[in-house]
Design a protein around this ligand. Structure first.
Ligand SMILES: *[C@@H]1O[C@H](CO)[C@@H](O)[C@H](O)[C@H]1NC(C)=O
Ligand SMILES: *[C@@H]1O[C@H](CO)[C@@H](O)[C@H](O)[C@H]1NC(C)=O
Length: 491
């Protein structure tokens, strides 16, 4: 017996000990690492890469199956190459980060020299792997020749994109094929010469048409431009529900994901889905969303049960429910708490007219503020900093930041030294609980110190974080009113 057979026998007897390296002799799976990954991937039209770790038990279980699949697929036409990268090896850390490997094993499919990357979502045993990859290496779009092809492709619950052509050639067909390659991991594609085979839409089609069929809203949408970018944009928009529902139902979650990835402004209505008003909210919101279609706003309706994360993220509160909330593409937010169904339309009109004031996430204004360093929140920033007429040193901090903890006693001392100087205020703002006006303060990390002089100059402090240096800076940049002693209690 040669060494390879010994290794295979060993693997059969004690599979859990069967480290991949034992079967290395003559194995079909390519081993890649940081030194040759990019080079190898760039040479292949289709290559599959498993990111694994030698100690990961799922990887060990997968290994012989993956190896077997590789050996079956090695004779496939076109060839299907299977490779692996030890993602736990220090030298490959950068690779693992680049491809966002968070769990092991993770298998990815690289197409066209790595231009398109897609997650492998198939089975983990050899026959399943082979079948899945054979399908993946084939064309992304299946021809619909008979009624039953259409029925197989267009199931109940998914989005299917069908190209209808007078012949399977020409630039339109090529562009459709390119589209199907780009989006094949997200949608099912088909192409046909006969629109009558499709269950929905106009059956007499006399020019190339892309028909998107979906299980909701208008059920199908046609498109007749064939620029690849325009096609992609069409699919992106036509596949999104008019109102994305956000609740515990996992079949909605891909749409929620898309909603949050969209570059549009996002209007989110959060309601208790068990409330009596729910139907009225639903129909009103749907009508409004329909009205704003194509105008750069996406609509989501969330059940309070599923929306807790949103609440924390945006600093919303339970007593504001039901609420509608908009975040635009600049990150500005608008809020209407305790909303009724008939408020939504007029409020959205105010939003699009630019008549709404942005909403800032803010901690509560503290009842007492007696420490030397004063606590400022988003809601008190204007009064305490911008219109106070004082020279303010403001620290942006976060509760978990270690450097901020180190700075705290130093700022305390600075504050104490100015305690009898009514023109100087030393303050802090918790950036994790409050929105920071980013147009004024550039806060990339914590702590960040800013100084606003009484005359309105805003400067970032980037000197040494010592009591002396900070005090010197304040003295140098503060604005002195003509009669510093008399201004004290005037306002
Ligand atoms: C990539 O480099 C590693 C380490 O040098 C080597 O073991 C492996 O065989 C190489 N793979 C290819 C496909 O060249
Ligand atoms: C096909 O796509 C390319 C690239 O997007 C575009 O330049 C070309 O005009 C498209 N062809 C047609 C017929 O739309």
């Amino acid at each position: 017996m040669d060494s390879r057979s010994w290794a295979s026998l060993f693997c059969m007897l004690v599979p859990f000990l069967c480290n991949a390296s034992l079967v290395s002799a003559g194995e079909q799976v390519l081993t890649l690492d940081h030194s040759n990954f990019t080079d190898t991937v760039s040479k292949h039209k289709f290559i599959v890469v498993e990111f694994y770790a030698p100690w990961c038990s799922h990887c060990i279980k997968l290994s012989p199956e993956y190896e077997k699949a590789a050996s079956i697929l090695s004779s496939h036409d076109p060839p299907v190459i299977l490779a692996k990268v030890d993602a736990s090896h220090e030298a490959n850390e950068e690779l693992a980060r680049e491809f966002e490997i968070t769990g092991l094993p993770t298998i990815k499919i690289f197409r066209n020299g790595g231009k398109y990357i897609q997650e492998y979502r198939g089975p983990r045993e050899s026959d399943g792997i082979v079948a899945y990859l054979e399908k993946q290496v084939g064309p992304a779009s299946d021809e619909i020749k008979y009624m039953e092809d259409a029925a197989n492709l267009i199931g109940e619950n998914k989005i299917v994109i069908v190209g209808i052509f007078p012949e399977f050639s020409g630039e339109e067909f090529e562009n459709f094929t390119a589209l199907s390659e780009i989006l094949r991991s997200e949608y099912a594609f088909g192409h046909t010469l006969d629109a009558k085979l499709l269950p929905r839409g106009e059956s007499l089609v006399n020019r190339p048409t892309v028909r998107l069929l979906k299980p909701f809203d208008e059920l199908f949408v046609d498109f007749q431009e064939f620029d690849v970018d325009a096609l992609e944009k069409f699919v992106e928009e036509a596949s999104a529900p008019i109102v994305t529902l956000f609740n515990r139902d996992p079949s909605n979650h891909p749409f929620v994901f898309k909603f949050f990835n969209s570059p549009n402004a996002k209007a989110m209505l959060v309601v208790d889905f068990n409330s009596e008003q729910i139907d009225s909210f639903k129909s009103k919101f749907h009508d409004i969303a329909e009205h704003y279609k194509g105008k750069g706003i996406s609509f989501l309706m969330g059940d309070i049960e599923a929306s807790q994360g949103l609440f924390e993220f945006f600093g919303l509160k339970d007593d504001q429910l039901p609420l509608i909330f908009i975040q635009n593409s600049n990150g500005q937010k608008y809020l209407k708490p305790n909303v009724e169904p008939e408020h939504i339309g007029p409020w959205l009109k105010e939003y699009t007219d630019g008549d709404l004031k942005p909403f800032l996430k803010s901690g509560p204004i503290p009842d007492s503020n007696n420490e030397p360093v004063k606590m400022i929140v988003a809601d008190s920033l204007h009064d305490m900093v911008f219109s106070s007429g004082k020279n303010v040193l403001l620290e942006f901090y976060a509760p978990w930041c270690e450097q901020c903890k180190k700075l705290a006693p130093i700022l305390d001392e600075v504050a104490v030294s100015f305690e009898n100087d009514a023109d100087v205020l030393i303050a802090k703002l918790d950036g994790s609980a409050n929105d920071i006006p980013r147009d004024i303060f550039e806060v990339q990390g914590y702590p960040t110190l800013y100084f606003k002089s009484a005359s309105g100059n805003v400067l970032q402090y980037d000197g040494k974080r010592t009591k002396e240096d900070i005090i010197d800076f304040i003295q140098k940049h503060r604005y002195r009113t003509a009669e510093p002693d008399t201004v004290k209690d005037e306002l």
